[in-house]
Each structure stands twice: as C-alpha cells, then as structure tokens.
Design a protein around this ligand. Sequence first.
Ligand code: AVJ
Ligand code: FE
Length: 445
Amino acid sequence: MTTHPLEELDQARLRDHLAAELQRGRERSRRLTDAVDDDDLVRQHSRLMSPLVWDLAHVGNQEELWLVRDVGGMRPLREDIDQLYDAFQHPRADRPQLPLLGPAEARGYVGEVRDKVLHVLESAPLEGRRLLDQGFAFGMIVQHEQQHDETMLATHQLRAGSPVLHADPPPAPTVRLQRPEVLVPGGRFTMGTSTEPWALDNERPAHEVDVAAFWLDTAPVTNGEYARFVDEGGYSQPQWWSSTGWAYRQEASLEAPLFWRRDGDRWMRRRFGVLEPVPADQPVVHVSFHEAQAYAAWAGKRLPTEAEWEKGARFDPDTGRSRRFPWGDADPTAEHANLGQRHLSPAPVGAYPLGASPLGVHQLMGDVWEWTSSGFSGYPGFTAFPYDEYSLVFFGGDYRVLRGGSFGTDAAACRGTFRNWDHPVRRQIFTGFRCARDAGPTDLG
Ligand code: AVJ
Ligand code: FE
C-alpha cells in the first residue's frame, strides 16, 4: 500500500501542519513581492504576465472565497473586488489597467484574510465532506498560493533591471550517469491517484494504462545538447518541426531558447538579472513545446507521452506498484530534487542520485517542467472538483501536459501524479524536456 504522510497525523497535528504550510507559502509570496519597489509591483513586465500585485491579491481572494466564505461560512470581507481577481474575467494583458488594490492595500487584504483563515482552521471539521477531508480545501489553497508564487517567479525572470532575488547555486553533480537511456518495460501500470489527499481533480482517479516498452532519456536534455541542435542549424531546417511549430518559429523569429543570446562563439543567458555563460550541463529551460518537439525529431527521438512519463517516474518493477515520487512514498527533501526556489536555476545532470526512479531515471521531479506529447484531458471517470475552472474548462484545447515541476515549484504543488499544462508556444515558464523512443523487437529480449 502507498502510505501518505498526512494519513498518520491526528487532527491536532493536521491543523498544525496546515497552518505551517499556509505560513510557508505566505513567506514565499512576501519574499517575491518585498524584493521590488511599488512601481515594479504594479508594472506590466510582460503582456504574458499579470502585475505582481494582481497575483498577490488574487491569492488572497481565492483564499477568501474558499476558506473564509465556504469552509468558514463567514461574511465576505471584500465582495466588491471578486470580479477584479477572477482570472476568467480579465486576460493577463489587461490587468494593469484595472482599478486594482495598490501594494499596501493588497498586503493589508491578504493579511486580513489570513487572520480569518487561521481562526477558521482552529475549529473547522477536517472530515465529513469531500472539500474538508484531510484538510483538502486548505491544501488546495496552499497549492494555489505556491502555484502563483511560481508564476511570480516567472515574472521576475522577465523583469528588466538588476538582480533582486538571491539563492545558493544548485548542487554540483555527484554521479556520472552510466547510460543515456533507460528501457521502461511494457505492460500495465497505475496512472493517477484516488488516495493522495491533496491531489487535484485532474490527477484522479487512479486507473490502469497499458504502455508499450519504450526508451526514456535518463536525464532532461541539457543546454550543451540543445546548443548543438541550434548551432547545427536546427532552427532553419523545417524538416524537424511540425507544420504548426514551423509557422510559429517563423512568425516569432525563434533562434534559440528564450533569454539566450550569442556572444562570439559562445551562448550567454540572462537569468534573474544576471548575464552568464549558458551552463552546458544543466537541463535546458525556457523552450516551447514546438522547440522540444523539433529537437527530439532532430535527435531521432520523440517526446514521451504523459503516460510514458508517469510510468518512467512511478512504476516499481519489483512490486508492480506506482510510487508517490520516483524515489518512493516520502515527501521530497533537498537531497531528492531541486524544488521550491531553493536555487534560482536547474541543477546539473547527476546532482540528485537519491531522487532517481527504480528504473534509474534521474531528475524527473524539480529542475524543469517537462513537455509531453499529450494533450490535456480528464482521466476515465474524471469529475470536476471543487470547481470547473481549475481543470475542466481547459480540457481539449491546444494545451500540452507538463510533468515533474521545476526549481520554482514548491513540494506542496507537485508529486508523481501532478499535471500542469500550457499552450505549446509558451516558453516564459520553467520548461524543458527529455526524449523517448519506441523499443524495437531486439530490445525486448
Ligand atoms: C495549473 C499552473 C496551469 O497557473 O494557470 C492557478 C494553476 N489555476 N490559479 C495556472 C492555477 C488557478 C494553473 N496551472
Ligand atoms: Fe489562480
């Protein structure tokens, strides 16, 4: 059986855990918003992103809607602003023009909401209703704040000007990977979950999927590998690109990953305000799905499907069981994966041997979100919960599923079953990829 750490907590300890997780998320939001002055908080750093001050008040507004009004049954604090912070009413590009709460007001608002929530948490039942079971509503709001913190981190990366965020460099590699690819055996495995307490609706329910044997890259594609594709003309050879991908490459004049620039015979990149040589041994980041797909074709491979990615990450061939994480059922620590904005870049390949899956696949969690070839839709038996706008309204669009989390993803907002998605042209988020290829008859022994 899979054991979830939350199941072992009694109610009092569960409340303490929820309060601590809420607090940890808020400290991160504060670090991201206190790092810049008021002008920078209200400014549009990119039409793809909200002003930072919108994310902050939106986090508070979602927390008010779910935890103060629904779970707590309390009167609204600021019903008048609900509409401003409803992501479906205003596209990101229009948000700077709205009569938003200013920085001081937004900070005051999220603080007031939080005080009420901590009061609600003292006595709210944590069972009896699906929304409350094992603290789900609180866990959903913890994840929501962490997700917006990652979005704010992407806004920081787009921001011009000198560095304001600081962190230790990622760890150095401690192992050399023995082989470039791992053979994932064919057969059924359990995808998704019905038991993970804070899993969101789109990760449910657990179901069996038959996956044919295939080869999966041991590590994400690195900058060094990707630079060869660029330098050997990959961006001017339509044969590697899908027709949509090539049209996008032409229209957007793509020549390299976002934030790269050539400097004589080397590549430089701008990373959170620092200009630095592109490190060859780190996973490539800031590539669109179309670029990932073109690279894979050039390398004689393809992107993994979402089911293949999850099998490579979770399947334990000794027991036939799917794990919560590649390394087992325990929550991530700093030894397992580069998560949680502990560092401000992906870590070199070989830096997390303790995070490898039973099949020997490395760095599946953390570092970079990994593009898969799969579109975003509901698993068999999917039901929207607790609202249609988290997942359901995005099913069937041109979105591609992303897996594994990045250096900017908090552990609370990712696990072996976690599904992210974005448009195939997006590259401002912390996206990379690894390749796969079909196993041939001679591989199957
Ligand atoms: C799951 C990351 C695609 O940020 O658009 C935040 C998460 N949903 N607020 C997003 C989300 C509502 C979502 N992603
Ligand atoms: Fe949101």
